[in-house]
Design a protein around this ligand. Structure first.
Ligand SMILES: Cc1cc2nc3c(=O)[nH]c(=O)nc-3n(C[C@H](O)[C@H](O)[C@H](O)COP(=O)(O)O)c2cc1C
Length: 191
């Protein structure tokens, strides 16, 4: 059992990373292997709508000068996918959006290759815009025919400066419950 997590923040090891790491620590304690990929500093191009993936049907995007194909492969091999983002102007980061657009289109073109994997969204926010961001990530999971575990609140943590979110006790507790429910669900699906 494996979960791959992507931190879409432009800032490495910030609040989104802290939230994801809390979920991941629970998954590890439950015996699930995890990998965290941080997108900070990467140039990830957006989808060009060429639809080549619908003719090649090889689980790859025709754009091959960035890491998206490697990331698609990691998602294909995983039982669960965590997508984390800070809120930027009320939405996810452009890096995560580009990854979703290209991986998502490739998945749809390949008979919904992420179908029935478990997907969890994690959002770091200073004040406002967390719910639209959370919803947008979940819409990717839903159209991919993935299964979404719930938590005790929506998966959001509050903070501005690096590390602030550690002081959001309820947010961190929400991540722990998410980790437990995600592990429970993956084990049920693998049984
Ligand atoms: C370009 C940019 C736009 C932002 N827009 C918002 C926003 O719309 N709403 C908000 O509450 N916080 C906003 N923030 C604050 C971040 O969401 C917040 O600091 C978050 O904790 C950063 O997570 P990170 O440490 O993982 O990068 C913005 C930050 C940046 C850099």
């Amino acid at each position: 059992m494996k979960v791959v997590a992507f931190n879409g923040s432009g800032r490495k090891d910030g609040n989104t990373a802290l939230l994801i790491r809390r979920v991941v620590s629970i998954l590890e304690a439950e015996g699930i292997e995890t990998e965290l990929v941080q997108l900070a500093g990467e140039q990830i191009r957006g989808c060009t709508a060429c639809r080549t993936c619908f003719s090649t049907k090889n689980n790859r995007c025709v754009i091959d000068d960035d890491n998206v194909n490697t990331y698609i492969q990691k998602m294909v091999e995983a039982d669960g996918i965590i997508l984390g983002s800070p809120v930027y102007f009320s939405m996810m980061s452009p890096e995560l959006k580009a990854l979703i657009d290209r991986a998502g289109y490739v998945a749809l073109a390949n008979d919904y290759v992420f179908k029935r994997k478990v997907g969890a969204a994690v959002v770091a926010v200073r004040r406002a815009g967390a719910i639209p961001t959370f919803d947008a990530i979940n819409h990717f999971f839903l159209i991919s025919q993935m299964i979404i575990p719930a938590s005790s609140y929506w998966n959001v943590g509050f903070g501005r400066k690096k590390g602030d979110v550690a002081g959001d006790e309820e947010g961190m507790r929400t991540m722990e419950t998410l980790g437990k429910n995600m592990a429970w669900l993956i084990k049920k699906l693998k049984a």
